[in-house]
Unconditional design. Structure first.
Length: 158
């Protein structure tokens, strides 16, 4: 067997293996980007709602999906630390909101959206006026309900 034949045999064996390894690597990279994008989309869309089950789920997988991104994980840790206050006042709630936006900004940068999705855009979600009124009405109804129940409890406990 000549050297040329040996090279051909090696090429025949190695080429499909290399192609498979590269294909798997590209597929894993694509899946990871999809996961990162999903987290980003959920956090961007949930800015106006506060807590949703989907938001809690994505917050809980940040350390896994962004395991190789120190800036995102640091922003998440900062936010997580701010969440761990039992009775936050208005100033602390504002700090939480800012930390949420910083996390979104870190994720946007990680995904390659630096200077494409701006800090102003992150801080100013679109909220239709009717939705704001609906949220306010719901909050007022809950407060009235709590007052009625509180008054009823006072009467019963006399």
């Amino acid at each position: 067997m000549e050297g040329k034949d040996i090279l051909n045999i090696i090429a025949i064996v190695i080429a499909p293996i290399a192609a498979s390894v590269i294909a798997i690597w590209l597929q894993n990279r694509s899946e990871k980007r999809k996961d990162k994008m999903y987290i980003f989309k959920v956090l961007m869309t949930s800015r106006i709602y506060g807590w949703t089950p989907e938001k809690v789920n994505v917050l809980n997988i940040i350390d896994i999906v962004f395991s190789d991104d120190k800036k995102v994980r640091a922003a998440w840790k900062n936010l997580s630390d701010k969440y761990n206050v039992e009775n936050p006042d208005q100033l602390h709630l504002k700090k939480i909101e800012q930390a949420q936006y910083k996390l979104i900004e870190a994720i946007a940068n990680s995904l390659g959206y630096k200077n494409k999705i701006t800090w102003e855009e992150i801080q100013n979600p679109y909220i239709p006026r009717g939705m704001v009124e609906q949220i306010e009405n719901q909050k007022n109804m809950q407060q009235m309900y709590a007052e009625v129940i509180g008054g009823f409890n006072k009467i019963v406990n006399r």
